[in-house]
Design a protein. Structure first.
Length: 417
């Protein structure tokens, strides 16, 4: 029976659901008409591909003619033979046009496995490499990134900074893995954007830069001189905010971003604690405030409308990096000292004072992975029971200042607000 408009109009309407009509003489196999209980009629094409039935709606009767539906059916059959459909092909074109920047923006909205948002530091690292390491790639389709391009860019970045080149490629690899999972249109059978991650070529070629971990710290015989330098710098009206931040790092061994983002609601002078609600390992923790640290915090001015303990010079935000102070310390000790070197200095001082390593690791919030004792049998959320050890380290630092100056007392000098 030949398909005509009259015949389609005359198809019976089912009492409920939908009915399919097949077997027209002049159309491709699998071509049919779907009629619903509401009287709607649509042209469809159905074919079994790799054991799965694919049914495609070609268009509503009336919106397209019988002849137009036949032409569309023939076109769809060609695509089905290639394992796709016109709808899937449109999705593929759209997905393959997504840019590296768009992937990053979508990545920023994702949640971790624990249900929490990505850390701001993670977002900042991704955004930074997008604007620097991959500035000329960010507005191009991510699928254009090839193994050869990755190798070339890695070598270019490595010439400037091997460590940053490694980090940039880890960021890129993470974005590609995320894109592979996120842009499959909720269809597990849809092809991935990449059959393999192009960054894997660095491993295949064995050209990742060797990670040379720094083990630098302030020489213990110069800790007193550094302490006295910081007390002197506190009298400089242009520098006290940054100086106090560095002193805080020296007295606590914490990470720079933890101290720089510390807000007054995280400090409880009455209880003698300062708190990190969302640290690196996502487990809230409270630390003891030593007498020397209390003196520092007591002297810190509170700025209306600014929640940070260590405020920027204009009082509108926080301090990002106390580079000028670290440069002065570096000049004093004769080698480059970073904020993380102060963290290692704290650890070295603790060991010098014969404090058990696990206690130092807790005070610096550095619990080793796989340490069952620390993870399950010791309180790792409230460290006030380590106030004695924290006090011991702070007292040793102050004592070194006395020795270095030849005086009896070297205290925190008062800073005028």
């Amino acid at each position: 029976m030949k398909l005509t408009k009259t015949r389609v109009d005359g198809l019976p309407i089912p009492a409920a659901g939908q009915a399919f009509h097949w077997g027209w003489e002049d159309v491709p196999n699998g071509f049919g008409i779907r009629v619903t209980a509401s009287g709607a009629r649509s042209y469809i094409l159905q074919k079994r591909i790799n054991g799965k039935t694919k049914r495609i709606t070609l268009g509503a009767h009336g919106d397209i003619t019988c002849d137009q539906a036949k032409i569309k059916a023939a076109e769809e059959l060609l695509l089905l033979d290639k394992g796709t459909t016109s709808i899937e092909e449109k999705k593929r074109v759209k997905t393959h046009s997504v840019t590296l920047r768009e992937v990053a923006e979508k990545y920023f909205t994702k949640k971790r496995k624990d249900g929490k948002q990505l850390k701001e530091r993670t977002k900042q690292d991704v955004a930074r490499h997008l604007k620097t390491s991959f500035a000329d790639w960010q507005n191009s389709p991510i699928v254009d990134i090839t193994r050869s391009l990755v190798t070339k860019r890695f070598n270019e970045l490595s010439a400037r900074s091997p460590a940053q080149a490694n980090q940039a490629m880890r960021v890129l690899s993470g974005l590609i893995n995320f894109a592979n999972a996120a842009y499959r249109e909720d269809d597990d059978d849809a092809p991935r954007l990449f059959s393999s991650n192009p960054v894997e070529t660095l491993k295949d070629q064995q050209i990742w830069n060797e990670n040379k971990s720094r083990d630098e710290y302030v020489p213990l015989d110069q800790v007193g001189a550094v302490w006295n330098l910081l007390q002197t710098l506190r009298t400089n009206a242009l520098l006290p905010q940054s100086v106090d931040l560095v002193i805080f790092l020296m007295l606590t061994g914490c990470r720079l971003n933890e101290a720089a983002k510390l807000t007054w609601d995280q400090v409880n002078l009455d209880a003698g604690t300062w708190h990190l609600p969302d640290p690196k390992n996502r487990k809230p923790i409270s630390f003891p405030i030593t007498s020397t640290l209390r003196a520092l915090l007591d002297a810190r001015p509170r700025v209306d409308g600014n929640p940070f303990v260590f405020t920027s010079r204009d009082g509108k935000g926080g301090i990002s990096r106390p580079s000028a102070i670290l440069d002065k310390i570096s000049t004093l000790v004769g080698k480059r000292i970073t904020n993380h070197d102060l963290r290692r200095t704290y650890i070295a001082i603790g060991l010098k004072n014969k404090i058990e390593k696990w206690k130092i690791e807790l005070l610096t919030h550095h619990v080793s992975k796989g340490d069952v004792t620390l993870a399950h049998y010791i309180d790792t959320s409230d460290l006030t029971y380590l106030s004695g050890e924290a006090e011991q380290i702070a007292a040793w630092i102050v004592e070194q200042g006395k020795i270095a100056s030849g005086a009896n007392v070297v205290q925190l000098r008062e800073v005028k607000a």
